[in-house]
Ligand binder design. Structure first.
Ligand SMILES: Nc1nc2[nH]cc(C(=O)O)c2c(=O)[nH]1
Ligand code: SF4
Ligand SMILES: [Mg+2]
Length: 287
């Protein structure tokens, strides 16, 4: 007997092939690119195609805007970086972890710390990615971005990683549908607060899909954000989800201030600081 989540995945062909079953606003737009020798990337930008070299860095970094899909074949992904570090966020913080950062994002949060992922990346085959992952002495993998769900083949990558018995984490902004993600994946989903400038992009329907495996993260920059986050803690999802994380915007809100607010209200949430920024500094890439 398949679980509800497993049945949903089985009825979602995009987890194994093509883009059928993907919500309309997440479908690939534009012609498919095949073969590593093709030196051109295609993007669908506000109703027209843009063409560029295979390194996305030559695209202006503010180009992939709302609703824009990164174009790739069904077995390749635009990868910004792959690295091995200490997990700095979520309930897995402190553990060795391999990170796969995918390129492109459809949001532009005011505090974004990975703007370089908007436009820099190389195209890699899923098997090529898996081979690199196998080279690290680690069974914990996080797929992050950018926004990893912008690229449909990520569903296949996530499934392959689960099949290989990795513990798999997915960081997502929460603006795209999370229902087709393999149910073995731990989804770490943001609810964007007002100071992000992207609060209106929250896809609240995602909350219905959350399970004890998943975590919800609020990145908090102001008292208004804190109160907004507090006001979201009413729904039944709070009882189902594995963790609720309150994380201060680095360099904007002192962790001690957020700690004081949480204690003042007695909120049953988890204060999260971005461990990697305290270990290696706020602007170091690849850690
Ligand atoms: N060490 C480390 N932990 C992280 N957890 C989430 C990260 C992210 O950028 O999504 C991240 C990251 O970039 N580095
Ligand atoms: S969703 Fe994440 S990667 Fe995208 S702009 Fe916001 S913080 Fe940056
Ligand atoms: Mg992130």
């Amino acid at each position: 007997m398949l679980s509800r989540a497993a049945r949903k995945l089985a009825s979602c062909p995009s987890a194994s092939m093509g883009s059928v079953g993907i919500p309309r606003d997440q479908r690939l737009l534009g012609p498919l690119l095949e073969g590593p020798s093709t030196p051109v990337a295609y993007f669908f930008l506000k109703g027209r195609f843009a063409f560029g070299p295979s390194r996305l860095s030559l695209l202006r970094k503010n180009l992939p805007m709302n609703g824009t899909m990164l174009q790739s074949s069904t077995t390749t992904l635009w990868v910004n970086e792959i690295f091995y570090s200490i997990q700095g966020e979520s309930t897995f913080a402190g553990k060795p972890c391999i990170f796969i950062r995918l390129a492109g994002c459809n949001l532009r949060c005011t505090y974004c710390d990975t703007t370089y992922a908007f436009s820099e990346g190389v195209r890699m085959g899923i098997e090529e990615i898996l081979n690199q992952i196998r080279s690290y002495p680690c069974q914990l993998v996080e797929v992050t971005g950018g926004e990893p769900l912008l690229q449909h083949p990520v569903l296949l990558l996530l499934r392959r990683l689960c099949d290989l018995e990795y513990t798999v984490l997915l960081e997502t902004s929460g603006a795209l549908d999370i229902a087709c993600v393999d149910p073995r994946v731990h989804r770490i989903m943001d609810l964007k607060c007002p100071s992000s400038g992207e609060c209106h992009r929250n896809r609240f329907a995602n909350l219905e899909h959350l399970t004890a495996r998943d975590e919800v993260k609020f990145v908090i920059g102001t008292r208004e954000d804190f109160e907004w986050a507090q006001s979201q803690l009413q729904g039944s999802w709070t009882q189902r989800v594995g963790a609720i994380l309150f994380s201060p915007v680095f360099g904007v809100l002192e962790p001690a201030q957020l700690a004081a607010w949480i204690l003042e209200k007695g909120l049953p949430v988890r204060l999260q600081i971005q461990l990697h920024k305290f270990i290696w500094g706020p602007n170091v890439r690849g850690v």
